[in-house]
Design a binder for this molecule. Structure first.
Ligand SMILES: NC(=O)C1=CN([C@@H]2O[C@H](COP(=O)(O)OP(=O)(O)OC[C@H]3O[C@@H](n4cnc5c(N)ncnc54)[C@H](O)[C@@H]3O)[C@@H](O)[C@H]2O)C=CC1
Ligand SMILES: O=C(CO)COP(=O)(O)O
Length: 347
């Protein structure tokens, strides 16, 4: 059977029944709720046994999702073998820079046919690899068995069951579809595509533009400045992703424009919040101390600029963000730098 025949025979019965989620932060926990509300039994791995206990016994994760009740189908443990046993799909939601070490610990435990799904939006420092590439390298599995999820997905809004869409991407459309069926419920709808590069880079790059938006917000600039940065930011995102093989339409979809809008507009966004603190005059070190959740943009700005340089892609906004993070650019000076060329540019 070729893959399109296999797709034709897929029915909703093919939804995974038992899944594992590694990482019990705000997104890992929220995604567990999405999967459970879609009908799966979800085992979550939490590093801290006391958090695992709170999730299983009280159906709560009060540090990350205050006020949210989790479904009974979500249970948690600090034991990786227990969580991974029998999982048909394994979702990964740890900070990007910790993925490699975490994968090394689970390499032998992931069930042989399980689909491995990245929920993360970062690139690895030092290698510049996307999360699906780190998964492929460390686990040594075929790229068809790897999927990524991205989109306008602020965790707390989804945990409150506000209607939301995302996109699941895999080189195998069949596997993307299996994951999307499992990650669909009355308030969360997953679409599919096969552009893994565009889907992953959309999530990485919008974080950097959201940091820029936070910075100008913190300075006190208004809507024109922000709209200019969002619009030109989307051009930077698209140029970069296409140079690495993405399809441009992916960047106009949920994983690109969709996520850019959500992250740039919301004070729930940690990247936006980190930028706002920088714009208010806090140093990078102060900001890192104040953030008690992951703001991936702060770690991915360096590797993204290295990747851009390697392909000759100009990223004036991302470069300005790097300047503010390094303390070499006054946040007030970020806005006019939407191009590096003093001559008028074609839009
Ligand atoms: N929170 C959100 O709204 C969304 C987050 N994401 C992505 O999901 C990924 C995870 O982010 P969040 O859950 O939001 O972060 P978080 O900061 O809320 O939680 C991270 C979790 O990983 C754990 N952790 C920290 N260091 C670790 C390590 N070295 N090894 C293992 N676990 C470690 C923490 O204890 C925590 O449970 C990020 O790549 C983020 O971009 C994607 C979509 C939405
Ligand atoms: O990815 C997200 C929304 O889609 C979450 O954004 P932050 O990581 O900036 O909170």
């Amino acid at each position: 059977m070729n893959s399109s025949d296999a797709l034709d025979t897929l029915t909703l019965d093919a939804k995974a029944r038992k899944v594992a989620v590694l990482g019990a932060g705000s997104w890992g926990t929220t995604f567990s709720k999405i999967l459970a509300d879609g009908g799966a039994d979800v085992a979550v791995w939490a590093r801290r046994p006391e958090l695992a206990r709170e999730i299983t016994e009280s159906n709560r994760n009060s540090d990350y999702l205050p006020g949210i009740n989790l479904p009974e189908r979500v249970t948690a443990s600090a034991s990786l073998p227990l969580v991974l046993e029998g999982a048909e799909q394994v979702f990964l939601s740890v900070p990007s820079q910790s993925l490699r070490a975490n994968l090394e610990a689970v390499r032998e435990l992931i069930p042989a046919d399980a689909i491995v799904v990245s929920l993360m939006k970062g690139v690895e420092k030092g290698t510049g690899l996307r999360m699906s590439e780190v998964i492929e390298q460390v686990l040594g599995i075929d790229a068809d068995r790897i999927a990524v999820v991205s989109g306008p997905n602020l965790a707390l809004e989804i945990a409150k069951e506000q209607p939301t869409a995302a996109v699941v991407s895999s080189r195998s459309l069949e596997n993307a579809t299996l994951v999307a069926m499992t990650a669909t419920n009355p308030y969360f709808r997953s679409f599919v595509n096969t552009d893994v590069i565009g889907t992953e880079f959309g999530g990485v790059l919008k974080n950097l533009i959201a940091v820029a938006i936070g910075i100008v917000d913190g300075v006190g600039y208004g809507e024109n400045t922000k709209a200019s940065i969002i619009t030109r930011g989307l051009v930077e995102m698209t140029d970069f992703a296409v140079a690495y093989g993405a399809r441009p339409e992916t960047l106009s979809g949920l994983a690109g424009l969709g996520d850019l809008i959500a992250t740039c507009e919301s004070s729930l966004s940690r990247n936006n919040t980190a930028g706002r603190l920088l714009g208010q005059g806090y140093t990078f070190t102060d900001v890192v101390k104040q953030m008690n959740q992951t703001a991936e943009g702060l770690s991915s700005v360096g590797p993204v600029l290295e990747l851009a340089l390697a392909k000759g892609v100009e990223m004036p906004i991302v470069s300005q963000v790097a300047g503010v993070l390094a303390g070499t650019l006054n946040p007030r000076d970020i806005a006019p730098h939407l191009t590096t060329d003093p001559m008028p540019q074609g839009e």
